[in-house]
Design a protein around this ligand. Structure first.
Ligand code: HEM
Length: 586
């Protein structure tokens, strides 16, 4: 009997496996069938293998370079296999216009990795589908960025920037260099298993001893039992990944291993700003690294990166077992980061419903009004998930953009000086740096646009799913495939920009505005689904950079290596720490 059951199970499994292999072979033929070229895909990993190959174990090796290489090799229209999914990459202006704008109705859904549908972002503007009410949510959120409301928010932003500058002044007055972008070992995973550690995340006191001993032991285990043993072996990297992957699958159970998180003053600032402007909460995260929002938001971003999250990688590689990945999601690092964030937002929601902060004009107020409006309807879950989306979308992106800008201004002192002189000129004419004047400084606008052209912070997100088979400009797009535009390829294309690899803000001064057609300059995306927070980001960026340059002179310390951008799956940010010299202007 047992033998019968076992052989039935075995036959069922083999039949399923044969079917899966057949389907995969068919999928692999699809690219050729639709006449597209692209890098050869690994039978199991697809082109994810190429990306993984670019990743050094225990560190990054510019995975982003790969996308640029592929574009140079295959041109403006080619396709890759992102795991099992066909992803058509476009870089040609006409193609982008036809797909993302003219045929938006057939490409209205964002191409989201399936497992992310399990996150508490699924009812938010970031992820929701057209059918699920994208248009309805967008129309509820867009009014928060009307000029009148932005002006009111500018005051709030100003006070947060003052705190930021105060922190920098303390650094400049000491002998410290400004570590504008750095890494630190997390304490958050540890604090879950050892609750007393919570207070010590990022600080050197209290639990520091415990943390360093944990770090010591995890390093020791790696080195003694594994690293040396497998050093000469061809597949050691894969074995490591699988082994540590098991631990990272269940961070709540194995809160033992520490993670490498980003540490940046800009992050503290942007999170503080979005907390206040979107939900009227004061986070104190600029000074306090233990702040729950600061800790968990960073953790969430860490786990979004495929290279840090084997669960997401597995779900992309073996989508046939999606039910299993979805079940395991509950135990993943992403889930453990989002629970306290969403819990905190739920709490804010309840307090606002209870009458607290009734006068605030912020995103939450708009969403609550929408929830009250029975004809337009919005559920509590939608309200909270959209707040969560704002928290995430509004902080890492803008802070990365400002990191790049500070670095570029330090690297090109003549650009910095010209910007400084324009600010001085504005002040001399009796104006202050307010909402209106910030938008009148032409050179600031040029620096802002050139920074985002040169280093677009978001590159893997301008993606759509094809809803029905369609042929556009002689190209067949099969239902279900993803179509992606990578801002960095468009921004570095010679057909769009003269000398694209040169950082040159002047290009925005003398000609007709090249950002006008919305197709050459796309750091905020393309078509109706472009970034809803664009004007907010612009205001925050320009105000911060203007005030920073008014107060400090930035320079790159001697011997400091050039910045290398790297992509975490969504955000393109510096691969290594960035340090600048900070001099207080008289
Ligand atoms: C420099 C800063 C920022 C950059 C570079 C950026 C970039 C982007 C990009 C490329 C997209 C995808 C657009 C597309 O698919 O065509 C996007 C979407 C989005 N962004 Fe931003 N963003 C920034 C700041 C912000 C801020 C500050 C907020 C909120 C306050 C925000 C909220 C959103 C939302 C909600 C979406 C989804 C829009 C939709 O699907 O309708 N972003 N962003």
């Amino acid at each position: 009997m047992a033998l019968l059951i076992l052989s039935t199970i075995l036959i069922a499994f083999l039949t399923w496996l044969a079917y899966v292999i057949y389907l995969r072979r068919e999928k692999r033929r699809l690219r050729k069938k639709i006449g597209l070229d692209g890098p050869e895909a690994h039978w199991f990993l697809g082109n994810l293998k190429d990306i993984i190959d670019r990743t050094k174990f225990l560190g990054y090796n510019n995975a982003q370079e790969w996308n640029m290489e592929m574009w140079r090799k295959y041109g403006d229209r080619f396709a890759i296999y992102f795991g099992q999914k066909l992803d058509i990459y476009l870089a040609n202006e006409e193609d982008i216009k036809e797909v993302f704008i003219k045929n938006f109705s057939n490409f209205s859904d964002r191409g989201v990795i399936e497992i992310f549908r399990e996150t508490k972002l699924n009812a938010s503007l970031l992820q929701n589908t057209y059918e699920n009410g994208w248009k309805h949510t967008r129309s509820a959120i867009a009014p928060i960025f009307a000029t009148g409301k932005m002006k009111a928010m500018h005051e709030t932003i100003n006070s947060k920037i003052d705190t930021f500058l105060e922190i920098l002044r303390e650094k400049a007055e000491g002998t410290e260099k400004w570590d504008i972008y750095d890494f630190e070992m997390s304490g958050c995973e540890v604090s879950r298993s050892f609750p007393t550690c919570t207070q010590d995340l990022g600080s050197d006191q209290g639990c520091a001893k415990k943390k360093s001993s944990e770090k010591f032991w995890s390093e020791k285990i790696r080195q003694t039992f594994f690293f040396d043993f497998f050093r000469a072996k061809k597949y050691r990297k894969m074995i490591f990944e699988i082994f540590f992957g098991i631990f990272r699958f269940f961070p709540n159970l194995f809160g033992f291993f520490q993670e490498k998180w980003i540490k940046s003053d800009f992050q503290g600032l942007t999170l503080d700003v979005i907390g206040k402007c979107a939900f009227a909460i004061d986070t104190n995260c600029q000074r306090d690294r233990n702040d729950v929002f600061y800790v968990e938001a960073r953790k969430f971003f860490h786990h979004i990166d495929l290279r840090n999250n084997p669960l997401v990688t597995a779900s992309v590689m073996i989508p046939e077992l999606m039910w299993l990945w979805k079940f395991l999601y509950k135990f993943s690092g992403l889930a453990s980061a989002e629970d306290p964030l969403v819990g905190g937002l739920d709490d804010v929601y309840e307090r606002r419903r209870g009458g607290e902060g009734a006068d605030s004009v912020d995103l939450l107020k708009l969403l609550l009004d929408r929830e009250d409006d029975k004809t337009k309807g919005m559920t509590k879950q939608e309200v909270i998930e959209n707040c969560f989306a704002f928290l995430l979308a509004g902080y890492e992106t803008t802070s990365t953009a400002m990191t790049y800008c500070s670095y570029l201004l330090a690297k090109y002192p003549d650009v910095q000086e010209k910007l400084y002189q324009e600010i001085v000129e504005l002040k001399r004419s009796g104006k202050t740096l307010n909402y209106d004047s910030i938008h009148q400084i032409k050179y600031l606008d040029a620096v802002y646009k050139e920074t985002l052209r040169y280093y677009p912070p978001v590159i893997h997100f301008i993606s759509r799913t094809c809803l029905e088979d369609i042929t556009i400009r002689d190209q067949f797009y099969p239902k279900g495939c993803a179509v992606t535009v990578q801002a960095n390829t468009v921004h570095r294309s010679e057909s769009n920009w003269e000398n694209p690899d040169k950082f040159d803000p002047e290009r925005f001064l003398n000609t007709e505005d090249p950002t006008k057609d919305g197709l050459k300059w796309i750091p905020f995306g393309v078509g109706p689904r472009y970034c809803v927070g664009m004007r907010f980001a612009e205001m925050e960026f320009k105000t911060t950079i203007a005030k920073l340059i008014e107060m400090f002179q930035l320079s790159v310390p001697e011997g400091e290596a050039d910045l290398v951008p790297d992509c975490n799956g969504v955000i393109m940010r510096p691969r290594d720490p960035v340090r600048l010299d900070l001099k207080l202007r008289k």
